[in-house]
Design a binder for this molecule. Structure first.
Ligand code: AMP
Ligand code: ZN
Length: 112
């Protein structure tokens, strides 16, 4: 399967890791949209939020444990935003579920 994020998990594409467990990986986004911009992913391939079910939803708790740990480690006291883009109209460009963590500037709401 030709998945960029699976290749990052396997080390076939380099990344700047900010958090890692057996099940979760976080790395800096290659095109940052804020002074701090990381992407948090499950190591196992799940296509999108639309594919979360009772069988695999426990990984989402692990991802939010990662986000909380990253916020502490990177001292994101002023706040941050977690974004999941799902599907074409949701703006998803990499079809391996991921959560953006954006921080370091005021973020507009609602998003465009
Ligand atoms: P999305 O548009 O929500 O699917 O987000 C995909 C994100 O992955 C974008 O913010 C890209 O900048 C980021 N991205 C793509 N390739 C890489 C890479 N090799 N390393 C880090 N981030 C990447
Ligand atoms: Zn993948």
């Amino acid at each position: 399967m030709d998945c960029i994020f699976c290749k990052i998990v396997k080390g076939e594409i380099p990344s700047q890791k900010v958090y890692e467990t057996d099940e979760v990986l976080a790395f800096l986004d290659i095109a940052p949209q804020a002074p701090f911009h990381a992407v948090v992913i499950p190591k196992n391939h799940i296509e999108s939020a639309a594919d979360i079910s009772p069988e695999n939803s426990q990984i989402i708790a692990k991802i939010f444990e990662a986000i909380s740990a990253i916020a502490k480690e990177k001292d994101l006291k002023a706040g941050f935003r977690v974004v999941n883009n799902c599907g074409e109209q949701g703006g998803q460009t990499v079809n391996h579920i991921h959560f953006h963590v954006l921080a370091g500037r005021n973020l507009a709401w609602p998003p465009g």
